[in-house]
Write a protein that binds this ligand. Structure first.
Ligand code: NAD
Length: 258
């Protein structure tokens, strides 16, 4: 029987893949036999990823010239590309909209939206030559719901859905599938910082806000990084050969964000 999760002949790039959700995604593909390249802005994390057996390079996805260089390095080291996971994304500033700094707003879009555009634009020539090519863009539950106090983040993650839907049509004829993942709150240091910023903004006890974040999922739990990795693997596998242009929620059913 065909193993639809066989990645032994497939080459995968995960942006911001040296820590957090990105590292879980990179590890899941590697465990299924893929050749995995990770890139991250943090040199120490990239060094650790190299030691863990990944091909890796330091790169800031919000800088187009660095992404052009990254595409050349991936081409040389992997010999091509079949799967691009646009995972890099920053939380952006927290606060009522009139208090937000314009530069911090723009920086959120630079990473979360422009970074995905640069990576898709410059890695597409490799994906076009790849097999069963798949692009997976990390959006968020905040990419389908509003999130008070996080307007730049939410707006940027809605933009990711627009990019995904549009490119799934543009590239569908070429059999390059483009999908998004919308995680809810995911266990890890990032969500702890987000909860602290929200508690500070609301001037509420940390524990109270933390409880709200846990309970916003119908499962009353945070997702784990591995849950997001499983969805990235599914979307890039032949199990999902007819799945295109979708925004897949991995949030235990979240109806409202705090
Ligand atoms: P994180 O904040 O833990 O960061 C992971 C990595 O991103 C770090 O190693 C960091 O160095 C790297 N990075 C930051 N800016 C970069 C840049 N410009 N170029 C390259 N690398 C960069 O993030 P995470 O929690 O693992 O989130 C991963 C993705 O999932 C993001 O797109 C995020 O918006 C999305 N997401 C996360 C959650 C959550 O609860 N953590 C929820 C929904 C969506």
């Amino acid at each position: 029987m065909e193993n639809k999760l066989d990645f032994t002949q497939r080459r995968v790039l995960v942006t911001a893949g040296a820590a957090g959700i990105g590292l879980a995604i990179a590890t899941a593909f590697k465990d299924l036999g893929a050749s995995v390249f990770v890139t991250d802005i943090n040199p120490a994390a990239v060094e650790a990823a190299r030691k863990a057996g990944f091909a890796a390079a330091v790169s800031d996805v919000s800088d187009e010239s660095q992404v052009i260089e990254l595409a050349a390095t991936v081409s040389k080291e992997l010999g091509g590309l079949d799967v691009l996971v646009n995972n890099a994304g920053i939380a952006g500033p927290t606060g009522p909209v009139e208090t937000l700094d314009a530069e911090a707003w723009k920086a959120t879009f630079d990473v979360n939206v422009h970074g995905q555009f640069y990576c898709i634009k410059h890695l597409l020539p490799l994906l076009r030559k790849g097999s069963e090519a798949s692009i997976v863009n990390l959006s968020s539950a905040a990419g389908r719901l509003g999130m008070a106090g996080r307007s730049p983040y939410s707006a940027s993650k809605w933009a990711v859905i627009g990019l995904t839907k549009t490119l799934s049509i543009e590239l569908g004829d070429e059999r390059i599938r483009v999908n998004a993942i919308c995680p809810g709150a995911v266990n890890g240091p990032r969500i702890e910082a987000v909860i602290k910023a929200k508690a500070d903004m609301l001037d509420r006890p940390l524990e109270e806000v933390s409880n709200l974040y846990h309970r916003q999922s119908s499962l009353n739990q945070l997702a784990e990084p591995g849950d997001i990795a499983d969805m990235a693997v599914f979307l890039s596998s032949s199990l999902a050969r007819s799945v295109n242009g979708q925004a897949m929620a991995v949030d235990g059913n979240t109806e409202k964000l705090y």
